[in-house]
Write a protein that binds this ligand. Structure first.
Ligand SMILES: Nc1nc2c(ncn2[C@@H]2O[C@H](COP(=O)(O)OP(=O)(O)O)[C@@H](O)[C@H]2O)c(=O)[nH]1
Ligand SMILES: [Mg+2]
Length: 253
């Protein structure tokens, strides 16, 4: 389902996503509060576009843009994950100037084109004033931590609190990165981190995903789960629940 990829600078992407998007995600997130309603509304939206009689000919594509914010401490692997998923290069100079990276990737599901607009916060303290840019209007926020550095998981609490201040409706995800390093940790440490991550995910009401960008573990699945949660669609990917394995918990969230 995923062959197309696009990379854009912020100025160009603004016009691109607006041109592509019949109904920008922000209009949904700003008017509907609460996940249950939110899911229902999104589902209705998708349904109407697929089957509505008043819609134009089926030759004309339906498009939707999903803004995804990546938030977490410096060096946890936010930019790496974005670049890996989009599989394209990005503008380093823009990163250094603004403290925010931005990339797009468009995928197709049946008759619908879904554009992921992925925003990645520069983690350094001086860039936290950029948080609203990443969090506002996001449909989903990936709260990311490094599975090999427990302090980055502790930080999620504060990132979550801050991001919620700018966006109460975004669907939160808890994403552990660098699973390839995690597996080399002593068993007790793996258990402790997994236990705490589960606890946080539960408190956040968020799916929990352990991933590795360099070993290509669960990267595509993160975005598939984002779609399934956004549109309330069933997903066939099995969950992974055992400590020591690349955790994938999303069904009963
Ligand atoms: N071992 C390992 N290193 C990773 C992984 N993802 C990112 N890194 C490394 O972690 C460092 C920080 O990554 P970066 O994407 O810049 O983090 P950001 O500050 O959160 O954007 C870089 O040296 C990456 O190469 C991963 O899955 N496994
Ligand atoms: Mg970065």
């Amino acid at each position: 389902m995923d062959n197309r990829s696009v990379s854009t600078r912020i100025p160009r992407s603004h016009s691109t996503s607006e041109a592509l998007s019949e109904e920008p995600a922000r209009s949904v997130s700003s008017t509907v509060d609460g996940y249950d309603n939110y899911y229902g509304h999104q589902h209705h939206h998708a349904h109407r576009h697929r089957y509505g009689e008043e819609e134009r000919q089926s030759a004309e594509k339906n498009t939707v843009t999903i803004k995804v914010g990546l938030i977490g401490d410096a060096q946890v692997g936010k930019t790496s994950l974005m670049v890996k998923y989009v599989e394209n290069c990005f503008d380093e100079i823009y990163t250094q100037t603004l403290g925010v990276n931005f990339m797009e990737r468009t995928i197709r599901i049946k008759n619908t084109e879904i554009t992921f607009s992925i925003w990645d916060l520069g983690g350094e303290a001086e860039f936290t004033n950029m948080l609203p840019l990443v969090a506002s209007d996001a449909v989903a926020v990936l709260f990311m931590f490094d599975l090999s550095r427990k302090s980055t998981l502790n930080s999620v609490k504060d990132w979550y609190r801050q991001a919620r201040g700018f966006n109460r409706t975004a669907i939160p995800f808890l994403v552990g990165t660098k699973y390839d390093l995690f597996v080399d940790l002593p068993d007790e440490e793996q258990e402790e981190i997994t236990r705490q991550a589960r606890k946080y995910a539960k408190a956040m009401n968020a799916p929990l995903i352990f991933s590795s960008t360099c070993a290509s573990i669960n990267i595509q699945k993160i975005f598939k789960i984002v779609i399934s949660k956004t549109f309330d669609l069933r997903l066939k990917i099995p969950e992974i629940v055992n400590t020591g394995e690349p955790i994938l918990l999303y069904q009963n969230v």
